[in-house]
Write a new protein. Structure first.
Ligand SMILES: *Cc1c(COP(=O)(O)O)cnc(C)c1O
Length: 389
């Protein structure tokens, strides 16, 4: 019988060694040994599925992959040194020169840089559609479109994209639908169950959850993962087993952490909703149609990211940041510690005001990644900073 999420997250574990350890050990070894020439031959010709070299596979990495596959409902997967290694490798393995990508406009900054600065060197072009008008996607699709790429909820606009709707379009045109599920994690949202073909994670964020290590994953359709794995093994973006061990342990507490992250975020969103210094507040689980209906359909809870729009633009954004006392000014998200960022002067400062507007980043936009401190202390810090704006 398939067990519940929390149980799978804890009980999916590598085989015990002869030492009968309870918690999975760390396998720091670059290579693995063979009994005889025949075993060596069989392993190298793929007749035997076993570890050869840690650039290819390692027990700690495999445990992490097995957990995410189980939790996402995926056939197979690969773990990478970072989220961006996972993003890059999936495109590099699946696309040929001349292929085309259709992507939501509001995507992670480095993914945008790959599309617009590097992939064009290999004659792979990307057309963006706006998150608020997904029907544009049909116009963006060309005969050579091979991948539809989305994040939902988007960063930092928090637009929620209807995965079922996009999967139907992708299927109709025989295009691979790839979902970056970093903001939701499999606890809140399972893109494969809505028809996506591949799911990407930056494990650096909520999967680690404590701001310690980098990591990335791709899970999904077997035939695609086989292609990706082959490229991965030969191009060297393997995850360190140390990081895999940390991430696998983190997943054991993913559900309880996310419950509290989401509870804190919803409380703060309700608390700030009609604040006089804020012109707009976004949180996927505040009744704000039509995206609220989509969020309810595909997400268990609203996640831990809130965005607020301060009246007064760049200056208020910077004043707010300078007045923060407890929360951290950092570019990460999904940490135990609440983090505040001002995208217009940090993560998205290289874009023009017009380009930022297209991805929903106004000058006074603040992104809050709600942590696990006591909600009263988070509220107090945000409140006192808002008072001084
Ligand atoms: C952070 C992030 C990435 C990149 O992950 P790294 O682990 O930093 O390489 C990709 N997508 C989203 C949505 C992210 O937030």
């Amino acid at each position: 019988m398939k067990k519940h999420f929390e149980t799978e997250a804890i009980r999916t574990q590598m085989e015990r060694s002869q030492f009968a350890e309870h918690s999975a050990p760390l396998y720091l070894t670059s290579s693995f040994v063979f009994e005889d020439a025949e075993e060596l031959r069989a392993a190298f010709s793929d007749e035997l599925d076993r570890n050869i070299y840690s650039r290819f596979s390692n027990p700690n990495n495999q445990e992490l992959v097995d957990k995410i596959c189980t939790l996402e409902g995926a056939e197979d997967g690969v773990a990478f040194a970072s989220g961006m290694a996972a993003v890059y490798t999936s495109f590099a393995a699946l696309l040929n020169s001349g292929d085309h990508i259709v992507s939501v406009r509001s995507i992670f900054g480095s993914t945008h840089t790959l599309f617009k600065k590097y992939f064009i060197k290999w004659n792979i072009k990307t057309t963006y559609f706006n998150a608020s008008t997904p029907q544009e996607i049909e116009e963006a699709i060309q005969p050579n479109t091979k991948i539809i790429y989305i994040e939902t909820p988007t960063n930092p606009g928090l637009d929620v994209l209807d995965m079922g709707y996009l999967a139907d379009i992708a299927k109709k045109h025989q295009i691979i639908l790839v979902v970056d599920n970093c903001f939701a994690t499999p606890y809140l949202q399972k893109p494969l169950s809505f028809g996506a073909d591949l799911v990407i994670h930056s494990a650096t964020k909520l999967i680690d959850g404590q701001g310690r290590v980098l990591g990335g994953l791709i899970v999904g359709r077997q035939d695609l993962i086989t292609e990706i794995r082959s490229f991965f093994r030969n191009s060297g973006s393997a995850l360190s087993p140390v990081n895999a061990w940390v991430l696998s342990k983190s997943i054991e507490t993913l559900a309880v952490r996310l419950d509290r992250h989401c509870e804190n975020a919803l409380k703060l969103a309700n608390h700030l909703e009609n604040h006089p210094k804020i012109s707009q507040l976004r949180y996927p689980f505040l009744p704000n149609p039509p995206q609220y209906e989509i969020a309810k359909k595909q997400m268990l809870k609203g996640g831990n990211i809130i965005t607020i729009e301060l009246k007064g633009g760049i200056k208020s954004g910077q004043t707010f940041l300078n007045q923060i006392q407890m929360c951290s000014l950092s570019a990460n998200l999904g940490d135990t510690r609440t983090i505040v960022t001002h995208p217009a002067t940090s993560t998205h400062s290289k874009l023009s005001t017009e380009e930022r507007a297209l991805v929903g980043i106004t000058d006074g936009l603040i992104r809050l990644s709600i942590g696990l401190e006591n909600i009263e202390d988070i509220k107090q810090d945000i409140d006192q900073a808002l008072e001084k704006v």
